[in-house]
Design a protein. Structure first.
Length: 130
């Protein structure tokens, strides 16, 4: 295990939990994007929003690309991770569209979802419904 700076300690996970690498508990899918020559800045038929890291902070630079060029898509419920900063490895959700190369989609294993999501009457409750 890596040595931490003085005053820090690894969180104790208990008997039920064990340390895993991110790639062991979820699939990571990197983003894609066409050439900037295909970007437009007004919504148009047959176009989809291109989600970029900055879009999780502001709507000032909304960009669209042809749906035919949208290789990777995400929903509002998907867990997105920033590849480049700022913030590097920021965790995001809440936007829908095609996502660019600065983002990765994390698809957790079903067993992980089953362990960490809250339940109501035995049914998994999606966090945005709480």
């Amino acid at each position: 295990m890596k040595k931490l700076p003085e005053g820090w300690e690894w969180k104790k996970l208990g008997e039920v939990w064990e340390w895993k690498k991110l790639g062991e508990v979820c699939e990571i899918i990197g983003g894609s994007q066409p050439s900037k020559t295909k970007f437009i800045y007004q919504d148009k038929k047959d176009y989809i929003r291109l989600i970029q890291v900055r879009d999780f902070r502001t709507d000032k630079y909304i960009t669209y690309i042809p749906i035919s060029d949208a290789k990777r898509k995400c929903t509002k419920d998907d867990i997105m991770i920033g590849r480049y900063g700022p913030p590097i490895f920021g965790i995001f959700r809440g936007l829908e569209g095609a996502y660019n190369v600065a983002l990765m989609k994390a698809i957790p294993d079903e067993c992980l979802i089953d362990m960490i999501l809250p339940r109501k009457n035995g049914q998994v409750v999606k966090p945005h419904l709480l």
